[in-house]
Design a protein around this ligand. Structure first.
Ligand code: NAP
Ligand code: HSE
Length: 434
């Protein structure tokens, strides 16, 4: 390889993502040097266990027991944080790197969702970039798209499948009928899941990512605490089958919209989406993000949302940007220009709903359910009862026309109290998606 100036990387974290970064830097060294104008080399590393067999080559990189020490190491120009965790040592490392005027690349959406604003302020104060492409949607360059390719547009809405693990589980449940726990274990083995997989299945990881996308798209301060979050644990094979029969797929979506009064709606929950919508066809570990801009109209992006390769692709793309000197503020505008976040409560959602009840098969049950819906002004779209088992439990499924979340919740509380209703009602929001 011809002689290039070196960009010396301090890599904190040698797990799934850190390993992927090491492999990519080695395998594509030549093309990276040509594209970035620099030889990107790992000169310092840190993880918890120095003796762990990692299965990739760390070359002559110097070992550090303390991640924060990477920030001041003489042989480090850029710090890559792929340890994870929403507090220290990841936060302390990034703060120390900025203080030492060393650019940072991180894949840590949990940290950025919680401390993104304070870190963006430090980025501005020290005039030193934090790049985080890998934090959202794995290998899809969605942050770059929002920050650069779509920068000319006013963005008012986006939605997406933002968690590869959940999409993998839902797809496998639909296609193979295998159980939830079994598929989750497989996703962990494949390197898709978070260190604590409840972050995936309870929707928290998708909410972290949605908060980041929303801040970047709408120019507001990142506000993770104002994301409504529901995970996929309650999605059953029965509902997946009913959804298919009704012409829908079930997906865990992150949805963010800017209302006309400037308030922002942010929610993550399982949704029924029409089977012909682009997002309905995003399967397995793939993520999909759909963005609406006032001049560009609709953009659909799809790619692998988790795993060593796609995430390393995003981390190293950030390193190339740093090598080229082509960086932008973390949220696309200077931290001091981000506007205050004002949220929209979920109770104000207007949309259609799917409800499944387990009821005793006897005369008058549907009449009682209908009366409650009538009293809450909820209009039925379709009602389905399969089979006949007098005196025994049968599923009853209905969908509604557009109605208000608060009314729907009140109706479900009343329905749950009926003697003939044997289990808490299962409710899924239907998103028609433009
Ligand atoms: P991982 O496989 O669990 O690896 C974490 C690495 O960080 C390990 O090498 C671990 O050391 C090291 N580490 C953890 N705590 C540490 C501490 N206190 N001090 C020093 N080292 C520490 O995690 P991962 O999947 O690579 O994820 C890393 C980050 O990338 C997370 O923020 C995650 O959310 C994000 N991310 C992951 C993916 C993905 O598909 N996996 C995709 C996008 C973003 P040991 O190996 O010695 O235990
Ligand atoms: N656990 C995350 C997922 C990794 O499954 O999407 C990618 O951020």
């Amino acid at each position: 390889m011809m002689a290039y100036e070196r960009l010396r990387v301090g890599l904190a974290g040698l797990g799934t993502v850190g390993g992927g970064v090491c492999r990519l830097l080695e395998q594509n060294a030549q093309v990276l040097a040509m594209r970035s104008g620099k030889e990107i080399v790992i000169t310092a590393v840190c993880a918890r266990d120095r003796d762990k067999q990692r299965g990739f080559d760390l070359g002559d990189a110097r070992w550090y027991d303390d991640p924060v020490a990477l920030a001041s190491a003489d042989e480090v120009d850029v710090v890559v944080e792929v340890m994870g965790g929403s507090g220290d040592p990841a936060k302390a490392l990034i703060e120390a790197a900025l203080e030492h005027r060393k650019p940072v690349v991180t894949a840590n959406k949990a940290l950025l969702a919680v401390h993104g604003l304070s870190l963006a302020r430090l980025e501005e104060r020290y005039q030193t970039p934090i790049c985080a492409e890998a934090a959202v949607a794995g290998g899809i360059p969605v942050l770059k798209a929002l920050r650069e390719g779509l920068a000319a547009n006013r963005l008012d809405a986006l939605h997406g499948i933002l968690n590869g693990t959940c999409n993998y589980i839902l797809t496998e449940m639909q296609e193979t009928g295998r159980g939830f726990e079994d598929i989750l274990r497989e996703a962990q083995q494949l390197g898709y899941a978070e260190a604590d997989p409840s972050f995936d299945v309870d929707g928290i990881d998708a909410a972290h990512k949605l908060a980041l996308l929303s801040a970047m798209a709408f120019g507001t301060e990142v506000c993770f605490s104002e994301v409504y979050v529901e995970g996929i644990r309650k999605v059953s094979a029965v509902d997946i089958a009913y959804a298919a029969e009704l012409g829908y797929r079930i997906k865990l979506l992150g949805i963010a919209k800017r209302h006309q009064d400037g308030r922002i709606e942010q929610r993550v929950h399982p949704c029924m989406v029409p089977k012909h919508a682009p997002i309905a066809k995003v399967d397995g570990v793939f993520n999909g993000v759909v963005v609406h801009g006032d001049f560009v109209d609709k953009i659909v992006m799809e790619g692998r949302g988790a795993g060593a390769g796609p995430t390393a692709s995003a981390v190293v793309a950030d390193l190339i940007d740093i090598a080229r000197g082509n960086t932008s503020p973390l949220f696309g505008v200077r931290a001091t220009l981000l506007s205050a976040f004002r949220g929209v409560p979920l109770a104000q959602r207007v949309g259609m709903y799917y409800v499944r009840l387990m009821v005793v098969d006897r005369p008058g049950v549907i009449a009682d359910v209908s009366a409650i819906l009538r009293d809450e002004q909820v209009s039925l779209e379709a009602l389905l009862q399969r089979g006949r088992a007098p005196g025994e439990a049968v599923p009853v499924v209905f969908t509604t026309h557009e109605t208000n979340e608060a009314a729907m919740q009140r109706a479900l509380q009343s329905i749950a109290k009926l003697d003939a209703v044997l289990e808490p009602p299962q409710m899924l929001r239907i998103e028609t998606l433009t």
